[in-house]
Ligand binder design. Structure first.
Ligand SMILES: Cc1ncc(C[n+]2csc(CCOP(=O)(O)OP(=O)(O)O)c2C)c(N)n1
Ligand code: SF4
Length: 246
């Protein structure tokens, strides 16, 4: 019998705390798979953020550091500079990366730190009850925009990866999604490439991943997948923005 699917070796047996249908779980698994394939678990350090991925340090058979609100890219910088042999993966939600940590995020990218950032864009602050994030779509109802996001009051959604892509230093900036098998396979490749570039010493890489939050979007998991495919990708187009590592 040929085994075609199994639990990545670098995932622990801990049960995820994510809601049913949330893409955080798929993404967490994909990262473990890349760590396995690159055979780097012994020297990988993951940075656990605030938000729904707050327990990320429980899920990988790797070292991990918990960073406070928005500071994950700064913590990753310090670790990598102190020990360049480490492979440092910073996992951050849109509230964490593109709002609370705006300064740390932009400057780590601008310095070209040799780290990999996974930026999880679910258009809300999931853990704290579904407040507006910088990525919340125009018209989207959240707990802090109950009538829908009105740009006149709240501005427009920020395409943060596009901003990072204007900088000279980043080696790889891409946006991926997880709403179907094809997109999951593309995201797997992108995450593996981003980490491989770091292993090869090429510099800063950013993988934005469009994910769902069925709980705070008040949708079923299937409706949430459809929403990403049909609505969210219009505001946040998929694909590579920068690839200087080839
Ligand atoms: C009531 C309250 N306000 C603010 C915080 C601080 N805080 C922790 S997680 C978080 C939001 C994280 O959102 P995001 O980074 O988008 O991650 P997600 O939960 O969506 O995965 C905030 C503001 C808190 N813990 N509790
Ligand atoms: S609140 Fe949203 S982002 Fe957080 S685990 Fe639940 S579905 Fe996922």
């Amino acid at each position: 019998m040929v085994k075609v699917f199994g639990r990545p070796k670098s995932l622990t047996d801990a049960r995820f705390t994510y809601c049913p249908g949330c893409h955080h779980g798929i993404l967490t698994r994909i990262i473990a798979q890349a760590i396995d394939e690159l055979e780097i678990a012994e020297r990988t350090v993951t940075i656990a953020p605030v938000g729904c991925a707050v327990f990320a340090y429980l899920w990988y058979k790797c070292d991990a550091v918990q960073a406070s609100h928005g500071r994950a890219s700064a913590v990753a910088t310090g670790l990598k500079r102190a020990n360049p042999n480490l492979v440092v993966i910073s996992y951050q939600g849109d509230g964490d990366f593109a709002s609370i940590g705006t300064a740390e995020s932009i400057h780590a990218a601008n310095r070209g730190e040799n780290i990999t950032v996974i930026f999880v864009n679910n258009q809300v602050y999931g853990m704290t009850g579904g407040e507006m994030a910088p990525t919340t779509l125009v018209g989207q109802r959240t707990t802090t925009t109950p009538d829908g996001r009105d740009p006149a009051y709240f501005g427009y959604p920020i395409r943060f990866s596009e901003l990072i892509a204007t900088l000279d230093a980043p080696v790889y900036v891409t946006r991926q999604a997880l709403y179907d098998t094809r997109r999951i396979m593309d995201a797997e490749k992108a995450i593996k490439k981003a980490i491989r570039y770091q292993v090869e010493g090429k510099g800063y890489s950013l993988v934005e991943v469009l994910t769902t939050c069925p709980t705070n979007w008040h949708m079923s998991p299937l409706e949430a997948n459809k929403h990403v495919a049909e609505v969210v990708t219009k505001a946040f187009p998929l694909g590579d923005m920068v690839d200087r590592g080839k």
